[in-house]
Structures are given as structure tokens and as C-alpha cells.
Design a protein around this ligand. Structure first.
Ligand SMILES: NC(=O)c1ccc[n+]([C@@H]2O[C@H](COP(=O)([O-])OP(=O)(O)OC[C@H]3O[C@@H](n4cnc5c(N)ncnc54)[C@H](OP(=O)(O)O)[C@@H]3O)[C@@H](O)[C@H]2O)c1
Length: 261
């Protein structure tokens, strides 16, 4: 099975911590040159420095706010002058929790900007290079809410659904160019985002964070949270030549917790 990414360049967004950082580590292990993108420069520099680097494999970072579309576009365009990206892990921070009916309209507009509009902006920048290389792997980090909405994540559920249909449509359009578009759906995975969700639930329910965490783990068939590197293993496979015939899927990495096929 060919998992080798030597000679490939990968843009990994939302990579200063959590799932994005784990994906950057995995892709670097497989031989890719990785560009990590997020807002916090010192964290990015640390991640970048600690990625696996074989001979001639150099990594770099872009510190930019993905919600600032003009800045995002300029920063990524400048990076592309060094060469095209073959792999794009499309990831960013999740919207704030809360019931759908209580969210302000602006919360939907902001989330669509940071997720869908930013993604479409990056797509326009990255596509020509993927097309001319005849190799493209677009991996969208979404959520299992694509298959079954998660209570109290109203804005997130709505934006993930939009992203999932965007991706499925692209998969049909771009396969002819050797570009696959797949969604990887994290279940509950041990990152800062999960810690903050647990804190939010604890605050609203009067339970301790330990009680909330225990209840969440009990509802997962494998009885534990996922580890970021387990999520990254799926991304590493889908990014590789071995996954060339897998296109347009939603792959849950969730310990079996999603209650639908
Ligand atoms: N962990 C889970 O259990 C879980 C489950 C389902 C879905 N998800 C979703 O999967 C994605 C990644 O999850 P995670 O747990 O790794 O989240 P996380 O720990 O909060 O990390 C989010 C990453 O995105 C970056 N980011 C946030 N806002 C940004 C912005 N405006 N511009 C550029 N970068 C931005 C953050 O870096 P900076 O702060 O430095 O910008 C960070 O690197 C999120 O969308 C999350 O909602 C996670």
C-alpha cells in the first residue's frame, strides 16, 4: 500500500493544536512538506519545528485569521509562489455551542464566513496547482453532526451540513483531474475544543466536568474519547496515493458513536 507523500506539499489549516496539529504530524511522517496555518504564531512555530523532517523536507507556517478573507487570501497566495499544494486539510475552529433557535443571525454569518467562504477562497487558490500536478487531496475536518445533528451545537450543525454538501458537489466535479474531496468526521476526541465543550455542559447542568466527561465516554461504544493521532491516521491514508479511488465520502472517526450509517 503506497502511503508515501515524498515530494508532496500539504497545507494544514487549524494546525496550531488539536486535530490539525496531529494531521500535520502524520503528513510530515509520511514525507510531505507541510505548511501549518492558524492565528497563533508562537504555537505554529513550535509545531513547525517539531514535525518530522527527512532530507530536503522543510516545513513552514502561515499566521493568519481565516475569518479575515482578504488576509487569508493574500497569505496563502504568497505561500503558493514557492510551489503548489497537493494536499489540503481544511480545518478551523468550531462555532460556539448553544441551541439553534437562540443563536444570533450574525453567528451564522460569521461561521459561514470562517468555514464555507474561507474554504471557497482557498479552493480557488489551490485548485490550479492541484490540477497541473494531477494530484489533489482535499480533506475537510467536519463533525459527525453531518450524519446526525448534535444537540446544543446549532450553528455548528448547520455550517457542517453546508460544508458537507459543498464537498460532495466538488467531489463530482474534480475527480476527473485526479483530485479527491472527502470529509473526515471527528467524534469526541481529546483536544482543547472538547475540554471547552465539557466545561460548557458542566456549567449548564450543575455537574462537575469529571461527571460530564464520564457520561460522554460511557455513551461511546469503545468507552473512551478518541486521540488526535487516531483521527490523523485516517487523514494520512486519505491523503495518500493508496486512497485514489475514495472520493466524496463522509468518514466518521468516532469509536462507533454515530447512530446512523
Ligand atoms: N475535538 C472534538 O471532539 C471534535 C469533535 C467534532 C468536531 N470537531 C471539530 O474539528 C475541528 C478541529 O477540532 P479541534 O478539537 O482540533 O479544535 P481546537 O483544539 O479548538 O483547534 C482549532 C484549531 O483551529 C485554529 N483556528 C481557530 N479559529 C481560527 C481562525 N479564525 N483562523 C485560523 N485558524 C483558526 C486554532 O488555532 P488558533 O487559535 O491559533 O487560530 C486551532 O489550531 C473544529 O472545527 C471542531 O469543532 C472537534
Amino acid at each position: 500500500m503506497n502511503l508515501d507523500l515524498s515530494g508532496k506539499r500539504a497545507l494544514v489549516c487549524g494546525a496550531s493544536q488539536g486535530l490539525g496539529e496531529a494531521c500535520a504530524r502524520q503528513l510530515a511522517e509520511q514525507g510531505a512538506e507541510v505548511v501549518v496555518l492558524a492565528r497563533t504564531e508562537d504555537k505554529l512555530a513550535r509545531v513547525c519545528q517539531s514535525l518530522a523532517a527527512g532530507q530536503g523536507q522543510t516545513h513552514s507556517y502561515i499566521a493568519v485569521d481565516a475569518a479575515d478573507i482578504a488576509a487569508l487570501s493574500a497569505a496563502v497566495a504568497a505561500e503558493l509562489e514557492k510551489g503548489p499544494m497537493h494536499i489540503w486539510v481544511n480545518n478551523t475552529g468550531g462555532p460556539a455551542p448553544g441551541p439553534a433557535h437562540q443563536a444570533k443571525p450574525d453567528a451564522y454569518a460569521d461561521a459561514l464566513g470562517q468555514h464555507l467562504i474561507a474554504a471557497q477562497t482557498l479552493l480557488h487558490l489551490l485548485l490550479p496547482g492541484m490540477r497541473s500536478a494531477g494530484y489533489g487531496r482535499i480533506l475537510n475536518v467536519l463533525s459527525t453532526s453531518v450524519k446526525a445533528p448534535i444537540p446544543n451545537l446549532g450553528v455548528s450543525n448547520s455550517v457542517r451540513a453546508a460544508m458537507a454538501n459543498w464537498a460532495k458537489t466538488l467531489a463530482g466535479e474534480l475527480g476527473v483531474d485526479g483530485i479527491t474531496v472527502n470529509n473526515v468526521l471527528p467524534g469526541l476526541t481529546q483536544t482543547a475544543r472538547l475540554d471547552s465543550l465539557i466545561g460548557h455542559i458542566a456549567q449548564g447542568s450543575g455537574k462537575t466536568t469529571d461527571e460530564v466527561s464520564q457520561g460522554m465516554r460511557a455513551a461511546i461504544p469503545v468507552k473512551r474519547f478518541g486521540r488526535p493521532e487516531e483521527f490523523a491516521n485516517a487523514v494520512g491514508f486519505l491523503a495518500s496515493p493508496a486512497a485514489a479511488f475514495i472520493n466524496g465520502i463522509n468518514l466518521p472517526v468516532d469509536g462507533g458513536s454515530t447512530g446512523s450509517l
